[in-house]
Design a protein. Structure first.
Lengths: 308, 281
């Protein structure tokens, strides 16, 4: 067992005059760890450094006990699901995952079998032979996760894996990530939504303005979050019917309509998300296509933390 | 988590490059760039059709400054002027400079750079895919052109066939050389497309007009030695070709072109290994 899954020692990264990460020293333990911070906080820079896409400007970073920059052999032990919604659109999900797994040195036959297993694990078997260009946002997120897990890595690094998923897909993905953790895999997962991270793990790294603000148990900042209203953007089939349903609950502070979507401010995100998932599962108010959360509310909490 | 298959060893350079080749060839062949350049390759075929119609209507054949020009010579001129001096550099510039840039623009490079393969294998695999793709694009155009032009002026397809094979070899070498140089430009320089176009259509034609050592800093200089066709002796084109008077020997040219390809790819691979690719969010 490796004591520190990822060890950063006075790690800094700057892009010209812009600081991406500023003198970060942190040890990520085995298990599931959430990397939480608003957009522009340095999450993506940290993720790119721990996946060897960027070279530290200063300091040192090791992953699974080895430097990651210019060390391709280490990727046998790491699976990475990037944030960007980018694919070879003309390939089918199965072709794409197979082609990527082949880069791990397995034969075509082995790669196809591993890809099929991974696709089954993310529950995409029925769509495995469809072109990725025809996938929904949730399916695209899941096929990205399939390519990350297919070669059975020790460490999974997931950058905003739940972004854009509908509530049911989100719940399934959270369950999968927890299952991987229970199976003894280590997972580093980033998000700008505390609620998401909290549903996967209690162990978090709080990052803002290129610095680690806090590390440890998520519950310690839980109360602070509750003091701030949480904004949820829901793209759905029948937005007015959904809005009527939401208005019947005290935790909904405000509502507004955008094209094909309803934007809700809630004072109790946990209760709201649980209700939303049930609504999506029942289909009582039509299909819910996508749920996203702008990070203004989290930014407010970070500002509060920095001041205090 | 999927059941493990732990037998995999980290693949070597060649094996990795071939896997990237497999992944990239289809993407390249069906890209918008290939469709556009496929249309461009229709140009020489259209010219060949016009020549064939003209030849059929005027049975005396083509005369340049009073001398009859055979189909084989016309075909040779078309290969040199249209393909080696225009289409091959265009293909090299547009594909070569974008071998890695396309993956960066599409933000798919992350999937390749987070696998246990050397980054330079990505470049080499894509370079091989470029070669296969461009040969597949050029081949139908050259073949059609050959069958249309070779019989004109009393020429024979059978007699000209060996030189067709030599021409195809020359095109492949040209594609390899231009592609490698522009791959290097694409990985090392900003605005690689502009730099590539200036090199192919500014630097090369200009430098070839003057005697001296500068012409050795072009690819076209070495390509001249690979031309097998006899050109018409009294034409304006022949006068132009006389400018390339000082032509290196075939083996010197092949050796130099092989060196250019190897060094360019090595430097391009080094650049890819060392460079950080920051994808715009």
């Amino acid at each position: 067992m490796i004591a520190g899954l990822v060890v950063a020692d006075h790690l800094s990264k700057w892009y010209g005059q812009v600081i991406g990460l500023n003198d970060v020293s942190v040890t990520v333990p085995p298990g599931i760890t959430g990397l939480l911070g608003p957009n522009g906080a340095g999450k993506s820079t940290f993720m790119k450094l721990i996946t060897g896409q960027l070279r530290p400007s200063q300091g040192r970073i090791t992953v699974l006990g080895e430097p990651i920059w210019a060390n391709p052999a280490l990727y046998q032990r790491i699976g990475f699901c990037p944030e960007q919604d980018a694919f070879y659109e003309r390939m089918t999900g199965l072709e794409w995952v197979t082609a990527l797994v082949r880069l791990n040195g397995v034969t075509e036959t082995e790669a196809a079998a591993m890809a099929a297993r991974a696709i089954a694990e993310v529950e995409l078997t029925e769509a495995a032979n469809k072109k990725i260009g025809a996938y929904s946002k949730g399916m695209r997120q899941r096929i990205k996760m399939a390519q990350a897990i297919a070669h059975d890595p020790e460490l999974l690094i997931l950058d905003e894996p739940l972004s854009g998923m509908d509530p049911i897909a989100r719940r399934k993905a959270i369950r999968m990530i927890k299952d991987w953790g229970r199976a003894g895999k280590s997972v580093i997962v980033s998000s700008h939504i505390l609620h998401e991270i909290e549903s996967m793990t209690a162990n978090i790294l709080l990052i803002n303005q290129g610095r680690i603000l806090a590390e440890g148990n998520v519950h310690q900042i839980r109360d602070l979050i509750d003091e701030h209203p949480h904004t949820v953007h829901i793209r759905a089939e029948h937005t007015r019917a959904l809005a009527r349903e939401f208005l019947g609950h005290d935790d909904v502070l405000s509502l507004k309509f955008e094209e094909g979507a309803v934007v809700v401010q809630t004072g109790k995100p946990d209760a709201f998300y649980a209700r939303l998932t049930d609504l999506a599962a029942s289909g009582a108010h039509g299909a819910i296509h996508e749920v996203t959360s702008p990070d203004d509310n989290l930014q407010a909490v970070f500002q509060y933390l920095v001041k205090s | 988590m999927s059941q493990p298959t732990r037998s995999a060893a980290t693949p070597g350079m060649l094996s990795s490059a071939m896997r990237i080749f497999d992944l990239s060839l289809g993407q390249m062949l069906w890209s918008r760039r290939s469709v556009f350049l496929g249309v461009l390759l229709g140009g020489p075929v259209a010219i060949a059709i016009v020549l064939r119609v003209f030849d059929t209507l005027h049975a005396a054949g083509f005369k340049v400054n009073g001398a009859v020009v055979g189909g084989s010579s016309i075909f040779g001129m078309m290969i040199w002027l249209l393909f080696i001096r225009f289409i091959v550099p265009v293909l090299g510039v547009f594909y070569g400079t974008s071998l890695i840039a396309d993956e960066v623009d599409d933000k798919t490079i992350t999937y390749l750079f987070t696998r246990p393969i050397p980054r330079s294998a990505v470049l080499v695999g894509k370079y091989l895919a470029y070669l296969a793709c461009t040969v597949l694009l050029v081949l139908p155009s050259v073949m059609l052109m050959f069958f249309l032009v070779a019989p004109t002026g009393g020429g024979s397809i059978g007699a000209a066939f060996p030189s067709l094979l030599a021409d195809l070899g020359m095109l492949a070498v040209g594609l390899a050389a231009y592609g490698a140089v522009f791959a290097l430009v694409g990985t090392r320089l900003k605005r690689p497309l502009v730099v590539g176009l200036v090199f192919a259509f500014g630097w090369e034609p200009a430098v070839l007009l003057f005697p001296g050592y500068l012409r050795r800093l072009t690819i076209a200089y070495y390509m001249q030695a690979l031309v097998t066709h006899e050109m018409p002796q009294d034409s304006a084109v022949s006068m132009l070709l006389q400018i390339f008077h000082e032509v290196p020997s075939l083996w010197t040219s092949l050796l130099c072109l092989a060196g250019i390809i190897a060094v360019s790819l090595w430097l391009a691979g080094r650049a890819v290994e060392q460079r950080e690719y920051v994808l715009e969010q």
